[in-house]
Design a protein around this ligand. Sequence first.
Ligand SMILES: [Zn+2]
Length: 110
Amino acid sequence: MLGKATMTTQKPHEAEEDYFAKLEVEKKRKLAEKKHADLQTHEIEAMKEAHQMRCSGCGYQLEPFVFKGLSINKCFHCGGAFLSEEAFRRLCGEDNQFLNLIGEIFQFKK
Ligand SMILES: [Zn+2]
């Protein structure tokens, strides 16, 4: 289902770009899994305490909002916003081609 959306609507160079993006995401996912496995529990807790509700772009405090029943954390310094895969999926709608493409490349959980 996810692959079908990319095959029917994209130009060849876009499909190639998506392919390489998927390879890059897979490489980074495996590296993140290894890093996580190497961390001790206290290191994970320290990271969470230092970074939770902080913007990944600029480090400012995020402000939580509930929009359409979904939790979205907004940075008023750089304009960034963070939402979970589930919230993104629900905002886009389940049969959205853009969502399917993004989900395929970035390995959204099924
Ligand atoms: Zn920010």
